[in-house]
Design a protein. Structure first.
Length: 255
């Protein structure tokens, strides 16, 4: 029986590229200036490539799709070093975190839900499910996004990167959710849009539910997910077509 549902945030609850792709394009020039590096178009393009930002979206395998800020900053610093710029005695992770927070909290930032989230949350509460978040984002930014989506009050647990918790795909965030509410891993459903989310679910011993609303493609997710659905609006299908009937094969799409 599923007693807890652990959501990824970006690409799962909110549209990924409209927020993070746009924010990244605004953050990078400021990041370069903060590191005393000339904001040349060539460097800007190299850094977009390193993070996985393309003209058509975000590469699910690259940094922006799944890494926390500290790891993203390390990727960017390495890219700059490969271009001949030595970055020393600068807290690049803190700079990047501050710049991203500034961008996503602008009034015009597009924090767009992937579905009718209030209805999704009410249905889960009617099933007596505990609701949690497991995100690569920082705590302040994660709470801001949930507030903008008007769903923060539904969450019993907010797991973010930073501190002593290792980021996904480590099982740390799910382990903490389970310990807090005395859940067994097999009683938890992890819902996410990326291969990293599916690996996180597997490492945690939880049910892996992939959604096609974010960075992960059908081909990337179908071999890793226990269930594959279009979006969180379709979560009821996990109960009606997978959990109740037990007829779905691993990676089988339910809708």
């Amino acid at each position: 029986m599923i007693r807890g549902v652990l959501f990824d945030k970006d690409g799962t609850l909110l549209e990924f590229d409209t927020l993070w792709g746009a924010a990244t394009r605004r953050v990078l020039p400021s990041f370069l200036r903060a590191l005393s590096v000339p904001a040349e178009h060539r460097l800007y393009e190299r850094m977009l490539e390193a993070l996985g930002v393309t003209e058509v979206g975000v590469d699910a395998a690259k940094a922006l799709a799944w890494m926390p800020y500290a790891q993203m900053a390390a990727v960017l610093v390495k890219t700059l070093e490969e271009e001949g710029f030595g970055i020393k005695n600068v807290d690049a992770a803190a700079i990047l975190t501050k710049l991203y927070y500034k961008e996503i909290t602008r009034p015009e930032a597009k924090i767009i839900p992937t579905g009718d989230l209030t209805q999704v949350m009410n249905r889960l509460k009617n099933r007596k499910c505990l609701i949690g978040l497991a995100t690569a984002d920082g705590e302040r930014a994660a709470k801001f996004c949930l507030d903008r989506l008007k769903i923060r009050n539904y969450f019993d647990y907010i797991g973010t990167s930073g501190g002593s918790a290792r980021p996904k795909p480590s099982s740390d965030l799910c382990d903490r959710f389970c310990r807090k509410y005395h859940l067994r891993p097999e009683e938890v459903m992890v819902v996410g849009d990326s291969p990293t989310d599916m690996e996180f679910a597997r490492n945690s011993g939880a049910l892996a539910v992939g959604v096609l609303s974010g960075v992960g493609s059908r081909e990337q997710l179908q071999e890793m997910a226990d269930v594959l659905i279009p979006s969180v609006d379709d979560l009821d299908l996990v109960w009606t077509m997978y959990l109740s009937e037990k007829s779905g094969d691993s990676g089988k799409e339910t809708a």
